[in-house]
Every structure is written in C-alpha cells, then in structure tokens.
Write a protein that binds this ligand. Structure first.
Ligand SMILES: [Zn+2]
Ligand SMILES: [Zn+2]
Length: 370
C-alpha cells in the first residue's frame, strides 16, 4: 500500500460531503483508447476521478482486447467513446462511502456493472438493476473504458473484487468477462454428466467453453473451427477437433444418429448458427452466444419438431457466477489464462487490435499493459 498522504479534497468539501476519502496521486491527464466509428486513437484525456462517494479509481495493471470491442468498431458508432471492458488494477482512490476496499488493493473489475444494492443486483442479475445503474465499460454511456491508465469504478464495493488468493493476474483478467461469458453459455446448454457437448468457434470464449464443458461433466466435447491452430489448442484440452464441413457426418456416426446433448455457438454467423441447429439432438439444448445482432438467422421448424431448446444471452451478468468460477480456478480445474497469446504496451494498443483481428496462427487473445 502506498504511504502517500491523503490528497486534500476540492470544492465538494464546501458542501460538507467530500466524495473522495483517500487518494495517492495528483490529478493530471491519462492515456485512454478512444473509439469513433471504426477508428481508434490513443488520447490524453482528464484523469478518471471520483464522481460519487460510492466510486473508486483503479490504475489499470492489465487489460485485454475482446471480440466485443471489434464488434463495436464494426457497428461504426458515429460518436467518440472510450473502449475496453476487461481490466484488473490497483485501487488508487476511494470514495467516502467505500467500506470493502482500500487504496493499494489489487482488484478485478466486472466488465458490466450494477448498483449492488437492489434485490436483482444482490442476486447477481445486474441487468435488472432497479436503480438503473446497469452499464458496460467501454461503450457509449457514462462509464469510462478499461483500455485506459485509470478507470472510475461505480459502486466499487460491488463491482470491484479483490483478486482472490491463488488467482494469477491473467486468470483474474479472464474473470472480468470471458470466463463468466463462456461459463454462462455452457451452463445454459444443460451439460449432461457423461454426455456430449459441441463448441462451434474456438476463439477465446469457445476455447474456455470447451474446458468448462468438461469441468461440468461432459464426457465428450467436439470443438469445431476452420483454423488448425485453434483446433490444436482445443485438442490439448481433450476435445475432438473437427472442421465445420465434416462435423455433422462425423458426429452422426459417433453418436449413432443421436447427435449432441449440448451445443454452444460462439461465432455469431448464419452458417455457424445453422450448423448448431443441425448438430443438436432431439430434446436437447442449443446455446447461442455469438453476437447475432443483424445476422439473418431463422429458427428451423424442424428443430421445433425435434423439441430443441434454444437459449441466447448476448450480455453476461459478470458477477453472477463468480462464486462458482473462482473456486474452480483456484482448485486448478479451469485454466482460462490459456487464451492469452500476445502482450502489448498501451502505447502500442492499435497494433494489439490489429494482431487480435488478424487471427494469425498462434494468436487467440491479446493482453495490454500500461
Ligand atoms: Zn469482453
Ligand atoms: Zn441494482
């Protein structure tokens, strides 16, 4: 913990209600990655600062680039906003209502946030936050971006978690989004102990989904992707690696025509959603995770006749499954950090995006450090 003296508070003191309780740095400007349309620029902007007594400010230690960041750029949003929603860091300033954190704590941040005080938030369902505080970092809205030197964390007692013992920085970073997102999709796919699962799309989320499917009891997991290096990674986890064009025939033969108990789609394209419907067995579950906004997908009536359950959740409530996931990582049952393949400085963040977008052999997910 820093030994720096508390910063004297500014004009809010005049109201008798200083929002800042303790700080270890002098306000200046910070680097923040700003998106506008499909363009990215690293800009000097005013430091993230406490705005409410329930806020904390965190200095980013490690961040990562997510597929969702690329989707936002593809949506070509005609306004400037700070990007990035996956980060861990060190608390440098806390508001006067913060009780569970102190300056110097190393924390992981939930990629999406709620108030943590209403009944839905307390049960983990932050999307239904009764106080209207649901939000996602790094998107147009009141929150900052996580690919920045400093991050304002609202309701920080709830939305920042001290990194638990036995969890590495890289593992903690996956707990900010991609591990809970993969876990949610797999959990919703109703994995049957001893049963079969298939994951379509072995990007970062799909790769973690393969490991989670095994952890939840699937005996056989098929990993389906076009890229050999990604299939090789899934094979290392024990999956049966298949190219999309061979998947249906191979799985039909393996299962005697029963097909797959639990199918997880992690791409968000028409072809992969169509394949998912084809692979799902009668009265079994198809979980769609890929971003399918604007994608022309239709529900085949044949799937309805076969009693397939379809589930789709495009925005995971990150803290919901922390109590289940953290012990699994601590116990060595999940190794989500295997997704990280490349590391860049924040100054080179545009190169990090290029690398992630390139899908070069060997590149799965990209880390950013200050
Ligand atoms: Zn993400
Ligand atoms: Zn709430």
């Amino acid at each position: 913990m820093s030994s720096a003296a508390p910063r004297t508070c500014g004009s809010p003191c005049d109201t008798g209600s200083p929002p800042v309780f303790f700080s270890t740095y002098t306000r200046r400007t910070m680097k923040s990655l700003i998106a506008e349309g499909s363009e990215l620029t690293l800009q000097e902007v005013p430091d993230a600062a406490i705005e409410k007594p329930t806020d904390a400010v965190v200095r980013m230690v490690l961040a990562s680039v997510c597929g969702s960041d690329h989707h936002l750029l593809e949506y070509n949003i005609p306004m400037a906003y700070p990007i990035g929603h996956e980060a861990i860091g060190e608390v440098v300033e806390i508001g006067s209502d913060i009780s569970g954190l102190t300056v110097g704590d190393r924390v992981l941040l939930a990629g999406d946030v709620g108030c943590g005080r209403c009944q839905p938030c307390r049960s983990g369902s932050i999307k239904r936050c009764k106080n209207g505080e649901f939000g996602i970092y790094g998107s147009p809205g009141p929150l900052g971006g996580c690919q920045s030197e400093l991050i304002r964390v609202p309701f920080a007692d709830f939305n920042a978690l001290k990194i638990p013992e036995g969890i590495t920085d890289e593992q903690a970073l996956t707990i900010t989004d991609c591990l809970p997102t993969a876990y949610t999709a797999v959990a919703r796919a109703n994995i049957r102990p001893g049963g079969t699962a298939a994951v379509i799309g072995i990007g970062p989320i799909g790769l973690i989904a393969v490991e989670v499917a095994f952890a939840l009891g699937a005996a056989t997991v098929y990993a389906i992707d076009l890229l050999d290096d990604r299939l090789a990674k899934a094979k290392e986890l024990g999956a049966i690696a298949l190219k999309p064009e061979e998947a249906l025939e191979k799985i039909k033969a393996d299962t005697g025509g029963d097909l797959v108990d639990s199918v997880i789609e992690a791409v968000g394209a028409k072809a992969t959603v169509d394949l998912g419907f084809q692979l799902t067995g009668a009265n079994r579950t198809f979980s769609i995770l890929g971003a399918v906004h604007g994608v022309d997908v239709t529900l085949p009536f044949e799937s309805v006749l076969r009693g397939i359950t379809v589930t789709c959740d495009q925005t995971t409530e990150i803290p919901l499954y922390w109590p289940e996931l953290i012990p699994l990582v601590q116990a060595g049952r999940l190794h989500p950090e295997i997704v990280f393949t490349d590391r860049f400085k924040l100054d080179d963040v545009k190169a990090a995006y290029e690398k992630a977008r390139s899908r070069e052999p060997g590149t799965i997910k990209v880390l950013i450090e200050p």
